[in-house]
Design a protein around this ligand. Sequence first.
Ligand code: GTP
Ligand code: MG
Length: 197
Amino acid sequence: MKILSAEFIISNNNVKFCPDSKVPEYAFIGRSNVGKSSLINSMFNKKKLAKISSRPGKTELINHFLINKDWYLVDLPGYGYAKASKYKIKSFQKLIKSYFTDRKQLISAFVLIDIRHAPQKIDLDFIYWLGEIKIPFSIIFTKSDKIKFEKIEDKVNLYLQELSNQWSFLPKYFISSANNRSGINKILGYINEMNNL
Ligand code: GTP
Ligand code: MG
């Protein structure tokens, strides 16, 4: 997909106030610091489209970005990180939960997983919950530039094996890096396919 425009539209602390439009929407979700906002900036070649930080908990709101004046990509706060206040964790969780249960425009979610780590309960639980509420999703493994190329396949296979304990069929997945832009064309191609369904 050729990117002609990528514009920040609005941030909201309540799903009720999100754009009242009919354009298809896709959301990036995952643990804080996994690289959701960085990947968005890399996808659209704009360093400051989404706010990023090495400190977890940077994204606090539901952020709508309009792409090619045709579809939305949504950046969400991360779920769970050890150092945050209980209040913040609770409010992020509430926002995330309401977004996924109420947002009718959502076509599909992308769950971002840091490729370096062993499967974590918090991600597996979240993926399970998406299944329960019947939200279509795929997985994006992030930060692939941080491990040796030869290790990537092993890491992915380990994750898929873990998922196969919960799922009878495995989700589509992508291997990405915001730093070297790998995987981005495939992700955009997949969104393009879904937009044309
Ligand atoms: P929250 O907004 O806190 O939920 O985090 P996030 O998932 O949006 O993460 P963010 O994009 O802010 O990135 C967190 C940190 O990881 C930053 O220091 C980024 O520079 C770094 N980072 C993100 N993606 C990559 C990547 O693909 N490769 C490398 N090497 N670093 C990355
Ligand atoms: Mg963020």
